[in-house]
Design a protein around this ligand. Sequence first.
Ligand code: FAD
Length: 434
Amino acid sequence: MKVVGGEWSNWSGGVHCKPKTIVVPKDEVELAAAVRGAQGTVRVPGSGHSFTPVCASDGMLIDLDAFRGLKSIDTQTATATLGAATKLWQIGPILHAAGFGFKNMGDIDRQALAGVVNTGTHGTGPNLGNFSSEVAGFRLVMANGDVVNCTPSENTELFEAGRCGLGMLGVMSEINMKVRPAYKLKEQNYLKAPDELFAELDHLINSNRHFEFFWFPYSDRCICKALNETDDPAPAPRTAEEMYARGEKSGGETRLFEGINEILPYAPFLLKFAHGLFSQFMPGPAKVRWSHEIFPSPRTTRFNEMEYAVPAEKGPDCIREIVEMIRKRRINTGFPIEYRTVAGDDVWMSPFQGRASATIAVHQYFRVDTYKLFDACETIFKSYEGRPHWGKRHTLDATRAEQVYPQFGRFRELRRKVDTKGTFLNPHLRAIFA
Ligand SMILES: Cc1cc2nc3c(=O)[nH]c(=O)nc-3n(C[C@H](O)[C@H](O)[C@H](O)COP(=O)(O)OP(=O)(O)OC[C@H]3O[C@@H](n4cnc5c(N)ncnc54)[C@H](O)[C@@H]3O)c2cc1C
């Protein structure tokens, strides 16, 4: 957990808090005692990679560092039980050694398992759900200190809601995840003109296991990325330590990208040139790796991000409207827009609940004010029935949440029932969920 001089901050540096106490329980008994005895707000950060203040607390922060590692693997049901704070970069090698892997992952592997589960973190693939939808069960330490098992048949409501609960229903100590036999993926990257891409988009999405594209809005080329299963040979898998080191590595291209992002706010005349240049050097060569090694990429340049999920069929219109708006208003940004697809699920507060979706993400360099870009994009996202990613910037309030999340009322009621004093609510969450 990143704490300097008593102050905790998130990955992008945009969220800070000064908790009165930081508790580091060594087991579930100590964790339950800490929660039961807590005065004021209790929050549990994962790796602090959310851009929203979901982890902030001026009361207690709980550091679950001791809750890492594999507990068991059930090869019959293809599920693995892991400590809730195990980092994704640790999980890949652990599962691989047992002959398994996750069905899908997002862009990075820095997060804690409970962190990705609690915000509905996702990768891309029209038939693949987010992390929350891959949860088979979990153990939850509730506000009163009780510890319960949550599965489809035990404490069913807590299971259904808690899979994407932003840590508001309790603290997960361990999580049972669905897994599949280990597999390799081949990555292919290429550029396409937007008109050509949109003409083929449905086909590209449906004919690849994973397809996504990035669009620097002032560029006339989109960067396409496809991943498909293969039996081709792959390099020997890395250890967890090597996976960690790889994710923190930044090369010459990253430094150039960062350098240009430092200059761009003062040199808007460079936008078109910079976006053309970034689009040229971003597509890497084709490669084959084990799945857990190919999904994540190093992301060392700090930024802030907003992402909304819109109904899948509305995605192409939505991203085109966003690019058109950015160009028309000459909004200054050095980052691409990312377009992905996610299968619908049944998790109450998942952005993908009940509908197959396209996700559209906009980013801004961490030193650049986000308001101009994010406000304008959010207006467009709302007009497409967008639902925000809970870990990424948004201004959703309770009224809007009720309109776009069909299970919002049920979630609020359950939250109130299991945490009567609002122990797990901070001001950000209280404004939406209390
Ligand atoms: C560089 C970067 C790349 C990203 N890429 C993607 C991507 O590809 N796809 C995507 O969907 N998102 C992506 N994200 C967003 C990120 O995956 C989510 O914000 C995720 O929640 C971060 O995980 P974390 O472990 O840092 O959790 P945190 O941000 O620390 O916490 C998230 C939530 O989980 C809760 N939580 C943590 N541990 C527990 C626990 N034990 N019990 C109960 N609640 C708990 C916290 O209280 C909080 O509400 C990215 C973020 C960054 C910074």
